[in-house]
Design a protein around this ligand. Structure first.
Ligand code: PSU
Ligand code: MN
Length: 302
């Protein structure tokens, strides 16, 4: 296989020790420079503090890498022209010798191939508002419907049509659980305003669901653990509603489409909230990475 695994990751997996996959699109395209490199390192440190091994995923010079060294992480954060790769882009990128950051869908696919079961991100992609016109739905959803991985997120990005995304996950048969809450989190906000059917309250409970998924032997699908940003670290909901409406208008007015939509909207929110959306985004990601590491520890403790 063409997969390039970091030595540390390979050893940990071989020995049955906990590993957490981290995506790189948030680093390359979701967070502003130069903070993004510091954040990328910090997230890896959080995983280590919890006793697990971080495996940041990216494609570098056509090589799909699971686990990056310091220099590789720096390339993802700083290299100009680093692409955004969803799972459909992996083969073309490998064949072309291209470099790119991996979205949730590409990261989940490569992590599962490497034998990693737990993965952390900020917010999942999903069904966009205006879907009836644009048909814009992130490839994240379809990939999670056929990949056995546990993804810890703060819900789906609030720029999306959240109820439509929850409905699509139901249709696709992807399990969704709130972590310590019966409400689906709203990425920058602790509560999206929508309920979830299942609540899990500890890493051990999450690991029990993962074991039950395997015991059932049913179709390979993911488990989404939706972990809310703490209320005191969320973005002010009134500010969020106002700036988001402007961001969606600006996206329309500027004719932004396809892969560029999500980075555009996230960037707009950062600029027009004086960085407050960035703080909330970071708080969410940090919390998710920490929880993912604890789940990986519980998962390997059998
Ligand atoms: N979470 C964040 N910031 C991000 C993303 C997630 O906090 O930038 C990325 C993920 O990589 C996700 C992608 O897969 O946004 C979705 O992009 P799209 O809507 O184009 O599928
Ligand atoms: Mn899209």
């Amino acid at each position: 296989m063409v997969l390039v695994m970091a030595e540390e990751v390979r050893e940990a997996l071989g020995a049955g020790r906990p590993v957490v996959a981290l995506e790189s699109t948030i680093i390359a395209h979701g967070l502003p420079r130069p903070d993004n490199l510091r954040v990328a390192r910090e997230l890896e440190d959080v995983v280590r503090q919890e006793g697990a091994v971080p495996a940041t995923v990216a494609v570098l010079d056509g090589r799909p890498c699971v686990g990056l060294d310091g220099e590789q992480l720096e390339r993802v954060a700083t290299e100009n022209g680093i692409r955004k790769l969803s799972h459909r882009d992996l083969a073309p990128a490998v064949a072309a010798g291209a470099s790119g950051a991996t979205t949730v869908s590409a990261t989940a696919q490569l992590a599962a191939l490497a034998g990693i079961r737990v993965f952390a991100t900020g917010g999942l992609g999903g069904v966009h508002r205006q879907w009836t016109v644009t048909q814009d739905e992130s490839a994240d959803l379809g990939l999670l419907a056929k990949t056995r991985i546990t993804v810890v997120c703060a819900g789906v990005k609030s720029v999306l049509d959240v109820p439509a995304t929850l409905q699509r996950l139901e249709t696709l048969g992807v399990a969704v659980a709130g972590y310590g809450t019966g409400r689906f989190p709203g990425f920058y906000l602790s509560d999206s305003g929508h309920p979830v059917d299942w609540t899990l309250d500890s890493p051990e409970q999450v690991a029990e669901v993962m074991r039950a998924q395997d015991a059932l032997g049913a179709r390979e699908s993911a488990l989404i653990v939706a972990n809310p940003v703490p209320p005191r670290e969320q973005l002010d909901p009134v500010l969020h509603a106002r700036v988001l409406a402007d961001a969606l208008d600006a996206c329309d007015a500027e004719g932004i489409t396809g892969q560029a939509v999500t980075p555009f909207l996230l960037g707009y929110l950062v600029r027009h909230t004086d960085g407050a959306s960035l703080e909330a985004n970071l708080a969410a990601v940090r919390g998710n990475v920490r929880l993912a590491a604890r789940i990986a520890v519980a998962w390997t403790r059998r």
